[in-house]
Design a protein around this ligand. Sequence first.
Ligand code: ADP
Ligand code: MG
Ligand code: MG
Length: 354
Amino acid sequence: MKITLLYGGQSAEHDISIISAHNIAQSIMYDVYTVQPIYITRAGEWIKGPLIDTSLPNSDLMRLVPAEEMTWGDDAKASTGQAMRPGELDREDNIVFPVLHGPNGEDGTIQGFLEVMGVPYVGAGVTASAIGMDKILSKRIFDQIGLPQVPYHAFDHRLWREDQEEIIQRIEGSLLYPLFVKPANMGSSVGISQVESSEALIQAIENALQYDHRIVVEQGISAVECEVAILGNEEAHISYVGKLIKDVAFYDYEEKYINNRIEMEIPAILDPAVASKIQEYALRAYRAIDGCGLSRVDFFVTSSQDIYINEINTMPGFTGLSMYPVLWEKTGLTQRNLVEELLQLALKKYEQKK
Ligand code: ADP
Ligand code: MG
Ligand code: MG
């Protein structure tokens, strides 16, 4: 059996994807599988590398990454891969692991392509991926199933161009500063700003519109962030709740990934009733979006123990230090067993559909 790792990609989370894929490649059981690395450039071209059949400590996946694609590190060599068309993806004895975050990876597009190709793949299908990635659609669904969320206001580019003042009025009439402005379809804090005034709000909306034509503005909340990991298809398992220990107002891309400033408390020291509520909400959110394989569900918990769901990530960061695999490690599942379970879940779903 072959595992195809798809990584890199056109989203702003390109670099994290490479680190995640590298970590997953280290967790594969090479007595059972070989690994086919396929690196997707920032321009969307597919580059196929040589098969990997042993767990190598060096950066084999990195060798497919041309130097000009890297924004950090100095591991990049000249690419040793070969250009391929997506349609040339192997359809026999192949499980695809799309280790892609953000738009064109985690949002249902690549999942739709893999469905059409008829290959088993790890993680959420089209629906869950698309909804999970879309902060507006997921909020609508969480509202509908009665999960608590911070107050928000959503609108699109056209409405904004038509009547900016009306939108600002509405936001200021229903939400309290500080506000968080977010593009609907993004991740890793890309395009997100925290603002304290009307002027900053307008600027932040214009900035977010660079990333997506749909925007959500949320009331800022003073809270700790708790996250929980889900693994499974119809029958899903839930990890301990983890807490982010932070020393900055909010994690932007740089704090999260470049400075590696996040510390985690696992299991989070929480009232047990709060922890089990979080786990219950997470599973309900997962079912509501038709989750499959894996997800990390993120929450805010205030000092008065109020819980708000923030978002669900259907292809969470998977570096050795990322919350998702670390939550499972602390819950008793090694990264090796976790990756194996994800592959088995992919096969099960595929067999069921046939
Ligand atoms: P992403 O999908 O990019 O991770 P999030 O919605 O999780 O986007 O926002 C990124 C970070 O911004 C969160 O982890 C949190 O630190 C902060 N944040 C987002 N929304 C709020 C909010 N309403 N109140 C307080 N902090 C927030
Ligand atoms: Mg996200
Ligand atoms: Mg987040």
